[in-house]
Design a protein around this ligand. Structure first.
Ligand SMILES: Cc1cc2nc3c(=O)[nH]c(=O)nc-3n(C[C@H](O)[C@H](O)[C@H](O)COP(=O)(O)OP(=O)(O)OC[C@H]3O[C@@H](n4cnc5c(N)ncnc54)[C@H](O)[C@@H]3O)c2cc1C
Length: 354
């Protein structure tokens, strides 16, 4: 039995690639696939169509929360609606993803929403018609949320505050475009490191509602199981994406860190899932395994629904002096999300005979 822990981008793609060829089980707490790459849209109030994991993998899906991994006994403990279950595995793929690391900012857990599933949905329900919204962060998710809220809720006064200016790691003209577009949408940008959040206040900034969009941290299961992890809690894997301690354990997506560390992104989760699915099949057929190779293409941002930005990068993820912007940037971003990311999952469903 190949057990896949987590049904996000990485886990679902891996399961869909394997389902016709191997005995598999995908475990996820919700029967719905969470399209995390659009949670800023959800936070702004957009209702998204949902893909059902149990429908995509009939008989191969278990709704449950894995509470512990016991690598020495090859066992998982899973909390399900029918109670605790203990499940044996032959091969385990850890695809439990990540969440916003609220512990990086004192007060964030108590006073901020995040772009994690439930919190993003609560944020949408509690958005006022008017008021001051503070988005804390300077990365992709902070930028996307600030743009989305400002465009879709013109009565809100949206402020973006982060230690660096937004787009600081892009080619300079691309960063200027990003900044000026946010400002045109009505976002006020503060280059300001926020040290702590209190009720209604973060440093010099007052707010009615705050959202923390700091970095991600992997789920704690691998560390709790005694697997070697890095500072972000990601399980350390070799070139084939296997744990060096337990070669029957594989790690993909945000949950795992290969020898050449890479950013937590759908752009890395999907190729990792493809690679592990291919190697699990190769192993079953007695064929040699292939090392994982990541090649990047770009970093894309949505800036509201009408505009976007694609910063092109070299295969090693270093910045190229090239970018696409405006309506073309928005179109490319949408194509990437619906065509490449979700599309690869939909294609795998069709390939699997649905
Ligand atoms: C607003 C936003 C926008 C983004 N935009 C982009 C983008 O444009 N491009 C890009 O490349 N990346 C983007 N990302 C990042 C991307 O969404 C993640 O890197 C990606 O989702 C990682 O996929 P994953 O399968 O590893 O993890 P996840 O998608 O997090 O899925 C993990 C799954 O495991 C489940 N799980 C966790 N713990 C357990 C457990 N104990 N038991 C059972 N199941 C468990 C979770 O419920 C979840 O379903 C964005 C993220 C956000 C929040």
């Amino acid at each position: 039995m190949i057990t896949i822990l987590g049904g996000g981008f990485a886990g679902l793609l891996c399961a869909l690639k394997l389902r016709k060829h191997a005995d598999i089980l995908l475990i996820n707490p919700s029967p719905h696939f969470e399209e995390r790459t659009r949670l800023h849209q959800v936070a702004a109030g957009e209702a998204l169509p949902q893909l059902r994991l149990d429908h995509s993998l009939p008989g191969q899906f278990l709704q449950g929360w894995v509470t512990s991994i016991r690598p020495r006994n090859r066992l998982l403990e899973v909390a399900t609606t029918q109670g605790e279950r203990r499940l044996a595995y032959d091969q385990l793929v850890i695809a439990s993803g990540s969440h916003t690391d609220v512990n990086r900012l004192p007060g964030a857990a108590e006073h901020c929403y995040t772009l994690d599933g439930e919190s993003a949905r609560k944020l949408a329900q509690n958005l006022p018609q008017r008021g001051r919204i503070l988005v804390i962060g300077d990365g992709l998710t902070a930028v996307e949320l600030a743009g989305e809220l400002a465009e879709s809720h013109p009565g809100l006064k949206v402020t973006l505050a982060g230690a660096h200016h937004p787009g600081h790691d892009l080619w300079r003209p691309a960063a200027s475009y990003l900044r000026s577009t946010l400002e045109q949408l009505g976002v006020t940008i503060h280059q300001q490191r926020i040290e702590k959040v209190e009720a209604g206040r973060a440093g010099p900034l007052d707010f009615d509602l705050a959202v923390y969009c700091g970095g991600f941290r992997a789920c704690p299961l691998a560390a709790e199981a005694g697997l070697e992890v890095n500072g972000l809690g990601q399980v350390l894997v070799d070139n084939y994406l296997r744990s060096p301690q337990y070669p029957e354990i594989w790690g993909i997506g945000d949950a795992a860190c290969p020898p050449r560390a890479q950013r937590m992104a759908c752009a890395t989760a999907l190729p990792m899932a493809q690679s592990v699915a291919g190697n699990l099949l190769a192993q079953l057929q007695g064929k040699p395994l292939k090392p994982f190779r990541q090649r990047f293409l770009g970093r894309c941002f949505s800036l509201g629904r009408q505009r976007g930005l694609l910063q092109l990068v070299r295969p090693d993820d270093s910045i190229l002096p090239l970018y696409l912007w405006g309506g073309v940037g928005a179109w490319v971003k949408e194509k990437i999300l619906s065509g490449i990311a979700l599309g690869s999952l939909k294609k795998a469903v069709l390939d699997a005979g649905h």
